[in-house]
Design a protein around this ligand. Structure first.
Ligand code: UT7
Length: 326
């Protein structure tokens, strides 16, 4: 029996930053950002707001929507590349804010694949009997690691969180039906934050050289993203023995609308069945899939029993795909 999403919710900061706002910061244009990426605006945290605050807000609402209480949650997994602190984990900072007692909580560092990695781990914990309800959260405070002089990255990313309560499905063909995940660490330096870990502790030089911000070889990442997501999607469709015509909604990672279109083409899912939030949130890394699911749920685009396909690609590189009944 596959694990099912019992409750979904998101949390976004209230500050909206439009493409026109960014035109005042770097040499860019609304036209370039819109046509090359599909992004129109993104959210930014205010000073004093933390990634763990968004985790707590999204998680609390997801628990309520699942018809559960914090006492019903056995484990919390937070996928994030922008933790509150290097240690302890963002999950530890968020745990008391959600009222989760002393259950085990942990972060996973799989960048944009954090949510789908978390879903697959939750499925295994539930299948093995180690847990009944697992909170899986994707949350990012990417505005905190932007180089505001680099137009090739600072226009792309945003802040937000999405949380899902995962629990046992009701029957054999419920919940997670097929999944695929992978990583290739040989490509790590194509998308990374060079300093802030133990390799390059903070110094005046690391700050001056912008080493605490996102560095990305956009074109290279684009090519690998399309290839890996296409392959992962093909694998889950084959595993499940289902045809693309049966997919009700495709909810992919939202990094670039052109990557999404190429992946949807491979899965032969029409764009009408592809759910997009990139225009309003930008690339929110691990948070993008659960935030999109939460919006789709709130808009009534997800009915119990719908077949949903998700796929992701991110720093590492990591990638994943899942096919699941809502
Ligand atoms: O979250 C998962 C990981 N991330 C991704 O999957 C992102 C993957 N990469 C991408 O989405 C795209 O490569 C980008 C959106 C980052 C860039 O789009 P592109 O079509 O690959 O553009 P490019 O890097 O080839 O740049 C084309 C031109 C360049 O100018 P020249 O050299 O042709 O004169 C850039 O300098 O666009 C210029 N450019 C910009 N112009 C205006 C780059 N950024 C901007 C900008 N505004 N913000």
């Amino acid at each position: 029996m596959g694990a099912r999403i019992l409750g979904i919710a998101s949390a976004v900061p209230s500050t909206v930053v439009t493409n026109h706002d960014l035109e005042r910061l770097v040499d860019t244009s609304d036209e370039w950002i819109t046509t090359r990426t599909g992004i129109k605006e993104r959210r930014h945290l205010k000073k004093g707001e933390d990634c763990s605050d968004m985790v707590a807000q999204a998680a609390s609402q997801a628990i309520e929507r699942a018809g559960l209480t914090p006492a019903d949650i056995d484990v919390m997994i937070v996928g994030t590349a922008t933790p509150d602190t290097v240690f302890p984990s963002t999950a530890c900072w968020a745990q008391p804010k959600v009222g989760l007692g002393t259950i085990p909580v942990l972060d996973i560092s799989a960048a944009c694949s954090g949510f789908l990695y978390g879903y697959q781990l939750a499925d295994s914990l539930i299948a093995s009997g180690r847990a009944r309800h697992v909170l899986v959260v994707g949350a990012e405070a990417l505005s905190r690691v932007m180089n505001w002089h680099d137009r090739t990255t600072c226009v792309l990313f945003g802040d937000g969180a999405g949380a899902a309560v995962i629990g046992p499905g009701d029957h054999e063909k419920d919940g997670l039906l097929a999944s695929s995940w992978g990583a290739d660490g040989r490509l790590a330096s194509l998308l990374w934050q060079p300093a802030g870990g133990t390799r390059h502790p903070a110094t005046e030089a690391t700050v001056a050289e912008q080493m605490h911000t996102v560095h990305m070889a956009g074109n290279e990442v684009f090519k690998h993203a399309v290839r890996a997501m296409k392959q992962a999607v093909g694998e889950v469709l084959e595993q499940a023995g289902l045809t693309n015509g049966e997919i009700d909604l495709f909810v992919p990672h939202q990094a670039n609308v052109r990557i999404i279109k190429a992946t949807a083409d491979r899965a032969r899912v029409p764009m009408e069945k592809t759910y997009l939030v990139i225009h309003k949130y930008g690339n929110v890394s691990a948070a993008s899939i659960p935030m999109a699911l939460a919006d789709a749920y709130e808009e009534g685009r997800l009915e119990r029993g719908d077949l949903v396909l998700s796929a992701s690609f991110g720093a590492g590189f990591t990638w994943a795909a899942t096919l699941y009944r809502w």
